[in-house]
Design a protein around this ligand. Sequence first.
Ligand SMILES: Nc1ncnc2c1ncn2[C@@H]1O[C@H](COP(=O)(O)OP(=O)(O)OP(=O)(O)O)[C@@H](O)[C@H]1O
Ligand SMILES: [Mg+2]
Length: 271
Amino acid sequence: MKLELVDVWHVYSPGTEFEVAALRGVSLSVESGEILGVVGGTGSGKSTLAQHMNLLLTPTRGRVLVDGVDAAAMRKRDLRRRVGLVFQFPEQALFAPTVEEDVAFAPRQLGLGEDEIRRRVQNSLEAVGASHLTGRFPHALSGGERRRVAIAGILAMEPEVLVLDEPTAGLDPAAREDLLGLVSRFRDESRSVVLISHDLDEVAEVADRVCVLEKGEVRAVGTPAEVFYENLDVAPATVRVVSELHGVYPDLGRPVRFGETLQALRGLLEA
Ligand SMILES: Nc1ncnc2c1ncn2[C@@H]1O[C@H](COP(=O)(O)OP(=O)(O)OP(=O)(O)O)[C@@H](O)[C@H]1O
Ligand SMILES: [Mg+2]
């Protein structure tokens, strides 16, 4: 699926003293089979952007297109099934008496049969490494466990596009690795992921393209190498190190990922 935002504006509380133009003419596409990283400072509009991807928020101006069709004309239910949105701090929204029931909630709304629901619940919990939590009470789980369960609830919809708003914030390194593995598998299945994150290293590691938001506008979008080497203030440590060395060693190229960067530096030391 190709998801596009065309000149999207979003104004909160228009006409009041609290009026905020959180998005100002954002145009952006998410291609099928790609991981799009979205970075930007606090208040730059990332969560607002995320909520436009399944029209949980309606653009004040502009359009959202799904395979070229205006998403506003689609049934909300179909749109939300195809574009799964995991909120920032989704664990706050768990409500069912057991983990299993919580994850089953959305697929049940789709009117699926019990066998299919059970299959999806099992698969989704397995995908986030939470199968062992099935019968537990969500509110008696740790923060990281709850986060996994909340993500499983969206995976159970089997969306084509998965929008993750700061999914790894506050997770330990192992849980973070697990989640990035899940994101990569999504791409391998030709589905797409929008990964919103403050962690530039993790974006550098998995993203195919990166978008930098600033004050509600797209400041840059392109491959990680293009974006990071031209916007060093939002670049991960790997890029900043190589960039510092470029003056003396222009042949280092533009590595972004940790492994690539290490290889480039090793080549330099051996030469
Ligand atoms: N419900 C709301 N009502 C009014 N203004 C809002 C609302 N939600 C967000 N805003 C404002 O819109 C702007 C963008 O907020 P948003 O939550 O999209 O930023 P963000 O990039 O996700 O920030 P963070 O990195 O802190 O999560 C901010 O100025 C914020 O104060
Ligand atoms: Mg946010």
